[in-house]
Design a protein around this ligand. Structure first.
Ligand SMILES: Nc1nc2c(ncn2[C@@H]2O[C@H](COP(=O)(O)OP(=O)(O)OP(=O)(O)O)[C@@H](O)[C@H]2O)c(=O)[nH]1
Length: 302
């Protein structure tokens, strides 16, 4: 999932502040026996108030984050408004407000604040787990995703491969064209990679100009095709540059098969070794990790 975390968190804070201001206004109306605005007394008050408007304008996004909680949030907001409207109507008519009605309001209000606070925590957690440059996940969740992917591959009787992808001669892009173009190139590359892997294959920005992809395939031949396709996609996706030749990029890919009893750090280490071998062999290629050859006598004795 990708969204603008900063503006989303800011908008949520503004909606929460507006809700607190609304609460103060309701309290004042009750104490001074004056009619509050339409955003309290109208049956559609939950849509009129600022928090209600925020909920409507972010409905799709909330649905994507967690459909169950999105529904609960909307319901709590509506319940809270229904309760306060009933309370205010009785208050303005000079009637005593039943304690059960106050309880209903307080419960809905507590639920609303609890859900909004959890949503904010989720947004902040998501924000720090994603790379602001490319929008890709960073490596925080990799360990967990790796284990889940391992289980899914076993369940589907598919082969699990981990790919380490490193941009070739990226320093030259920064040096020749400047760092901003380098940033743009990383965004461009992330999009190209994302477009050329399956939706259920996670990709991470692993480090500066390194990406990690988890691949679910039918076997060695299949993964080699996938790697070849990625190399081709990166090579041919030229990045337009104003008043200059478009920028051509290439990557080197290190691949390793992940066994059922494998762990992330060993897989990363092997993929890194394969990628390094690819760099040494001339870049712009993939290398499938193979068990390292036994050291020769000359190497052993140095
Ligand atoms: N613009 C930009 N550059 C970055 C970012 N992260 C890392 N880099 C640059 O990536 C470059 C990596 O350089 P090297 O590790 O020497 O590798 P390389 O030039 O790609 O060479 P090979 O990997 O050997 O093909 C460095 O110049 C980093 O400054 C980033 O977020 N933005």
């Amino acid at each position: 999932m990708q969204y603008q975390y900063e503006s989303m968190i800011r908008a949520l804070d503004e909606a929460l502040n507006a809700h607190l201001a609304w609460g103060r206004r309701v309290f004042r109306s009750a104490l001074t026996h004056t009619a509050p605005g339409a955003d309290v007394l109208e049956p559609a008050a939950h849509e009129i108030c600022q928090l209600g408007q925020w909920l409507q304008s972010h409905a799709n996004l909330l649905q994507t984050i967690n459909p169950h909680k999105a529904k609960a949030l909307e319901a709590a907001h509506r319940r809270m408004h229904d309760a306060i409207r009933a309370i205010m109507e009785q208050e303005l008519a000079g009637q005593t407000v039943p304690a059960a009605q106050m309880d209903a309001f307080e419960q809905a209000q507590d639920e609303l604040i609890r859900l909004l606070t959890a949503l904010k925590a989720r947004l902040i957690t998501d924000a720090i787990r994603h790379d602001p440059l490319t929008g890709l996940p960073l490596r925080y969740g990799l360990e967990h995703d790796f284990c889940e992917f391992q289980k899914a591959c076993r369940r589907n009787q598919n082969a699990f491969y981990l790919a380490m992808i490193d941009v070739d001669h990226f320093k030259q892009v920064n040096d020749r064209l400047d760092h901003q173009v380098g940033d743009q190139a990383l965004r461009h590359l992330a999009r190209t990679l994302r477009k050329n892997i399956r939706g259920n294959e996670p990709i991470y920005r692993f480090g500066g100009e390194e990406f990690v992809v988890l691949l679910q395939t039918r076997g060695a031949e299949d993964v080699q095709h996938a790697a070849q396709r990625l190399l081709e996609a990166v090579r041919t996706a030229l990045m337009p540059l104003p008043q200059k030749e478009p920028l051509a990029l290439s990557v080197t890919i290190g691949l390793t098969q992940v066994q059922d009893d494998d762990d992330l750090s060993s897989a990363l280490q092997r993929a890194d070794q394969a990628m390094y071998a690819g760099k040494q062999a001339g870049r712009n290629r993939f290398v499938l990790w193979d068990a390292p050859p036994q050291p020769t006598l000359a190497q052993r004795t140095g």
